[in-house]
Ligand binder design. Structure first.
Ligand code: ASP
Length: 598
């Protein structure tokens, strides 16, 4: 921390060190703990830097002692006194200033505090609604305060780094037209254009591309994005992205800037030296081996494809599935036989159904490369030898099989792999595994919409090798895209963009977006592309998620100063809330239903 003593600001609790003993200071802050020991009163004084113990001694400074008698938790005080060493044996190793204390000479109460709804910094479980309602109190706790200060240093570093790299920080509109990133938009009615609506941006995607057409070449913004989704632990209706775009670049250029940025962040904020370049994995390989496009590479348990081995299986579910074009895939849990009882294995069936699987075939590996239990009696000696070799299975392991379409089998085993690794502590938590997943498919088929949709977004450039296949076999076309994965969490993603308006129109066509619709929704981008758009590409990182991971938190709410609940509600300000009829009238809006009761 920057020393307040040096910068000439007010003295902060953690600015004092042993060399200050005998010197006089004035500290201002909050009463964190209060202990009355008769003629001596101790308080822990807290300001944003940390904590310092203050002693009021009835026999030395009676006036200040009288003031101390009136103090309660979270009163705001100004205390002047002399810094001294704590008596031997009373030091507190848990505090940075734990060897020191302030002997109060004068004290002034700057403000009182009501009885607290919960004790700050106490380990007792306080329900989150209450914490969010009194967020100002919650933010006084060390953990949250440290998270928010870390966040400030983190965004400062990003800005400093990107400014030095020639990036311009350019704001883009919050009141805009909806961009099709795949989620629901938040709409804002326009009073001046009756019956018309703005949408809050899901990301600045179109505007950052337009900035490239304008010739800015290197853009970034630490920007709020809004998506009206159903919320999960790591989702908020408004969240923050580091959004970047560069002109005249290829995938490698974007990746290089991102790696340099993360190396700097880890070095400066965590003192950790990252290995660069980060590893890169093809999307297809990620799915084959890990059953996920954001693989956690901190442990093994890789997926293996056994379809060829079971081509003539006597097990009907295996054979029928292969005949239908499906696959047989498996995961081997080393030492599984002693980790899982028969009951545990039966319990896994429900887990597998939760993951979208139909069932779970399994076998144990016994001595002499024999299989036992589960479906072992349907497996021939030849199949057995081949699969044990492929899985590198050993006596005492358990093998779990999935017979399904490749997509489902990969997905189910990918989740089972994570489940087993977490359950049996196979993930070393001192690893920092960064991984680029590249060459995503350009399109996927949406069962819900019954049409092709973009895997990233419609502005992603198809790989050059796939251009001929766009119409004939669109699902086989890859894209110039890349996601950054950190310890199994996707923390960013981007792509090289289409800069040719004709190719962009063709992609809309494949996505069954009519020229009229395309014009309506993204006409302004199409127009811009036709006026000399340079080749360009970019990426966006989820700042809240990165911070959550760096701070070892399990929810992004703990790294956001004023988050919303999982129902998208702000207990502090009671938003969203009903509005006056007059306000609606001005907007020409009539509610079809009465507002929900809260
Ligand atoms: N706009 C994209 C997103 O928000 C990221 C990008 O392609 O740059 O996910």
């Amino acid at each position: 921390m920057q020393s307040a003593l040096k910068s000439g600001m007010r003295t902060l609790c953690e600015d004092v060190s042993e060399s200050d003993t005998g010197k006089k200071f004035t500290f201002k802050g909050w009463v964190m703990h209060y202990r009355d020991h008769g003629g001596l009163i101790f308080i822990d004084l807290r300001d944003y830097s940390g904590v310092l113990q203050v002693v009021f001694d009835e026999n030395i400074h009676n006036e200040s002692f009288k003031t101390a008698k009136k103090l309660k938790n979270e009163y705001v005080v100004s205390i002047s006194g002399t810094v001294r060493k704590r008596p031997d044996g009373t030091e507190n190793a848990g505090l940075k200033t734990g060897r020191l204390e302030l002997l109060a000479e004068s004290a002034q109460i700057l403000n009182a505090c009501e009885t607290l709804p919960f004790q700050i910094d106490e380990e007792t479980e306080v329900n989150e609604f209450t914490r969010l309602k009194y967020r100002y109190l919650d933010l006084r706790s060390k953990r949250l305060k440290d998270n928010i200060i870390f966040r400030s240093k983190f965004t400062y570093l990003i800005r400093e780094f990107l400014n030095n790299k020639g990036f311009f920080d350019i704001e883009t509109p919050f009141l805009t037209k909806s961009t099709p990133e795949g989620s629901r938009d938040f709409l804002v009615p326009s009073r001046l254009s009756g019956g018309h609506f703005f949408a809050l941006p899901q990301s600045p995607q179109l505007f950052k591309q337009i900035l490239m057409v304008s010739g800015f070449e290197r853009y970034y913004q630490i920007v709020r994005c809004f998506r009206d989704e159903d919320l999960r632990a790591d989702r908020q209706p408004e969240f923050t992205q580091l959004d970047m775009e560069m002109s005249f670049v290829e995938t490698g250029d974007v990746i290089a800037v991102a790696e340099e940025l993360f190396s700097l962040i880890f070095h400066k904020l965590l003192g950790i030296k990252l290995d660069v370049p980060f590893k890169t994995l093809d999307y297809d390989e990620a799915m084959d081996k890990f059953g996920s496009d954001k693989p956690d590479t901190r442990f093994g348990l890789f997926l293996s494809n056994l379809t060829d081995i079971f081509a003539n299986s006597t097990l009907n579910v295996f054979r029928d599935n292969i005949l239908k074009g499906g696959v047989i895939k498996a995961v081997c849990l080393p030492g599984g036989a002693s980790l899982l009882s028969r009951k545990d294995i039966d319990g896994l069936m429900a887990v597998i159904k939760d993951f979208g699987g139909k069932g779970l075939a399994w076998t144990k590996v016994a001595e002499n490369n024999l299989l036992e239990g589960g479906v072992s009696k349907f497996i021939t000696a030849e199949e057995r030898t081949a699969l044990i070799e492929r899985l590198e299975a050993k006596s005492g392991d358990i093998i779990f099989y999935q017979a399904d379409s490749k997509k489902t089998a990969d997905g189910v085993l990918g989740r089972l792999r994570l489940y087993l690794a977490k359950k049996f502590n196979l993930i070393s938590d001192d690893r920092f595994d960064f991984l680029w997943v590249v060459n995503f498919p350009l399109f996927e088929y949406s069962e819900e919409e019954k049409k092709l949709v973009s895997v990233h977004h419609p502005f992603t450039l198809p790989s050059e090798t796939g251009l001929d296949l766009l119409e004939k076999s669109p699902l086989s076309v890859k894209s110039d895209s890349y996601d950054l994965v950190f310890n199994g969490e996707e923390i960013g993603g981007g792509s090289i963009r289409i800069h040719d308006p004709k190719l962009q129109a063709k992609i809309f066509d494949i996505l069954s977006i009519s020229p009229e619709d395309a014009k309506l929704k993204f006409g302004f981008l199409l127009d811009a592309l036709s006026f000399g758009a340079p080749p360009h590409g970019g990426i966006a990182f989820g700042i809240d998620r990165v911070l959550m991971l760096l701070r070892n938190e399990s929810s992004i709410r703990d790294v956001i100063a004023f988050p919303k609940t999982q129902k998208g509600y702000c207990p502090l300000s009671d938003a969203p809330s009903a509005v006056k009829d007059a306000q609606l009238k001005e907007l020409g809006i009539k509610l079809r239903e009465k507002p929900d009761k809260k």
